[in-house]
Design a protein around this ligand. Sequence first.
Ligand SMILES: NC(=O)c1ccc[n+]([C@@H]2O[C@H](COP(=O)([O-])OP(=O)(O)OC[C@H]3O[C@@H](n4cnc5c(N)ncnc54)[C@H](OP(=O)(O)O)[C@@H]3O)[C@@H](O)[C@H]2O)c1
Length: 315
Amino acid sequence: MKRKNQTEEINRRRFLQIGATFAASAVFLPLSANNAFGALPSYQAENSIPKITLNNGIEMPMLGFGTNTLNGPTCVRCVSDAISVGYRLIDTANIYGNEEFVGEGIKQSGIKREKLFITSKLWVDDYGYESTKKAFETSLNKLGIEYLDLYLIHRPRGDVKGSWKAMEELYKEGKIRAIGVSNFEPEQLDDLMADAKIKPALNQIETHVFFQQHNSYKALKKYEIQMEAWSPFAAGRNGIFTNQILADIGKKYNKSIAQVCLRWHYQRGIVAIPRSSQKAHMIENLDIFDFELGKTDMKTIAKLDLNITQFPEWE
Ligand SMILES: NC(=O)c1ccc[n+]([C@@H]2O[C@H](COP(=O)([O-])OP(=O)(O)OC[C@H]3O[C@@H](n4cnc5c(N)ncnc54)[C@H](OP(=O)(O)O)[C@@H]3O)[C@@H](O)[C@H]2O)c1
């Protein structure tokens, strides 16, 4: 117990030190090869979910809980359940309209704030320098927390650069531990980074077996920007949960299709944030760290790529 407290204290100090270091510097920092995504992090016995180190030095769980479409009491229950079974990364967004319920779920879980990694996103209506600062405070208030672990620009439209400037300042003030983007193509990242003082830590994009995003995968690796998969199950589209190829692979390891998919993301070094409204699924989705997909299976899954979005309505 004493050792656990000491570890927590060391981690807390490390976080404060890192915060101070980054508050003092507004430059792109080089990243060691070990931190680049694609290199599997070491398994951490004290926590069942391995962590990845982002390009600003902070750690993030490789597997988290998505909350899109969860709302009201269902959202409260799901977030609280997810935390109770071991999730520590919780992904929400202003546009989901559920930040209050996510916040209530966190409160009901009884977990200490610093044990969690909470992501929210800035919606397009709030882009621009001033509006971003206001929207950020609104998100914090709705969530009932004092800082965000990760804040993302939700889509590459409008005054992205004005928003980024505001986010850089919030980051330097210690109100956000890492800043990043979502749904950015490599060229859109180039444009943002041309004027940015702080490089995005992460890009959250649609990624699943049917849309493997090889172009972004390579570019993000080169840029040392962590890739995160939204809709890691393609939200169930294209028959993913009845796909015979995935089912056959799963049988070999005594794992479900969902577990094969999540393990595939993990072995690619991608953070995934599956959503579920069922506690049994939440538990199943966490149980992916005791097996390894062989090279042949990884190659077979690579062939499932259709190289096209499964969400054309959002294009
Ligand atoms: N940045 C963006 O633009 C963006 C866009 C979309 C999503 N996101 C984020 O990514 C998260 C995940 O994406 P998503 O919500 O679209 O979908 P998803 O996680 O790909 O899939 C969710 C679906 O999978 C089912 N499921 C979960 N675990 C299962 C299991 N073990 N077996 C069978 N079915 C299972 C769920 O049903 P049950 O409820 O029955 O388990 C649900 O219908 C979102 O919640 C959100 O946080 C971000």
